[in-house]
Design a protein around this ligand. Structure first.
Ligand code: ACO
Length: 310
């Protein structure tokens, strides 16, 4: 019996901030941001919207698409590095708001790989038959921890949330293989400092990402006795179009076979992958029986990938 994704949803704040707007905040320019990162604009949440609000709306969409009642959810896993408060968790906050009264709930801290950690954790509970329906959410209000004086990071980040309902799917479908990893020695390359702001060594993270994304993609596909040519659609973490394109080219995947939301939304940490997945589903880019790979990397350092037969 396999666990698979039954429905997806995402939420984006309405406030669009363009590269031209960023020029008013730090010494930067549209051309630098576009050519170095692929980002054209990002969404930033207003003061009255926190990570739990975005998570709630993304979750509603996923429940609707999956045709599952909140009351039937057994477990809620929320990946976030920007919770409203350290406790109660965002998972508990949305458990109450959704009316998911029978669900256990906890947050997961694995930075940009958080959704992958959540999805793979959900798979274990479903396949051991402990639980039937699990809600996995990635939500980030990164603008709360952005250093607005650091042009090297503030131009990259955006706010948003994505969600998926995980449950049993028919034989041969669903999450068929996975890889999870961590390298705590790399923690110094990407972290939250004593002022609660995000600090990044861009070049080191870049090198790590360009190596890890193709490697993990190949690993999860080869575990199935398949090769990179069999991948129909790739949903990578949206950190930098150059990292994504380098991975795509190493894998021999064409542009239209890769989810790309970074232009409009920037880097949304743990929300990037579920947002890109949900948008791809709504746009009809993923078809029945496609082999898709979700692959992410981030602070920790952490990484994760899954191969899914849709
Ligand atoms: N506008 C203009 N110039 C800038 C900006 C900016 N926004 N930011 C940096 N620069 C300057 C630098 O000061 C530097 O100038 P100098 O040569 O005079 O010192 C020059 O541009 C080159 O800077 P680099 O940092 O070497 O630029 P690079 O080409 O490496 O690009 C970037 C930087 C985009 C951050 C890249 O390293 C990258 O994408 N790294 C990976 C980021 C990532 O994947 N993060 C994921 C985790 S973060 C998260 O998910 C929450």
């Amino acid at each position: 019996m396999n666990a698979g994704i039954l429905g997806t949803g995402h939420y984006l704040p309405t406030n669009v901030v363009t590269n031209k707007d960023m020029e008013k905040i730090v010494d930067t320019n549209d051309e630098w941001i576009r050519t170095r990162t692929g980002i054209e604009e990002r969404r930033l949440a207003s003061d009255d919207i926190d990570s739990s609000d975005m998570a709630y709306h993304a979750a509603l969409g996923a429940l609707e698409e999956a045709d599952v009642d909140a009351a039937d959810i057994d477990l809620i896993l929320v990946a976030t590095v920007t919770p409203d408060t350290p406790f109660p968790s965002v998972a508990c906050m949305i458990q109450d708001r959704l009316g998911a009264t029978k669900a256990a709930a906890m947050d997961i801290s694995a930075a940009c790989s958080g959704f992958m950690y959540g999805l793979i954790t959900a798979k274990q509970f479903i396949e051991t038959k402990a639980y039937k329906k699990i809600l996995v959410v990635g939500t980030e209000k990164l603008s709360k921890i952005t250093n607005w004086e650091d042009r090297g990071t503030c131009v990259l980040l955006g706010d948003g949330a994505g969600a998926a309902v995980v449950g049993e799917v028919s034989e041969g479908k669903g999450i068929l293989s996975f890889e999870l990893g961590a390298n705590g020695a790399g923690g110094k390359e990407l972290y939250q400092n004593e002022d609660d702001k995000l600090v990044m060594n861009g070049r080191e993270v870049y090198k790590f990402a360009v190596r890890q994304m193709p490697e993990s993609t190949v690993n999860v596909v080869e575990e199935l006795g398949l090769s990179k040519e069999d991948v129909d659609y790739l949903v990578p973490h949206q950190a930098n179009i150059r990292i994504m394109d380098a991975a795509r080219q190493r894998l021999g995947i064409s542009e239209e076979k890769m989810a790309t939301t970074i232009k409009k939304y920037g880097n949304n940490s743990s929300a990037s992958i579920p947002m890109a997945l949900s948008e791809s589903v709504k746009e009809g880019k993923i078809k029945d029986n496609d082999l898709i790979v979700l692959v992410g990397f981030g602070g920790g350092l952490t990484w994760g990938a899954v191969a899914i037969r849709w």
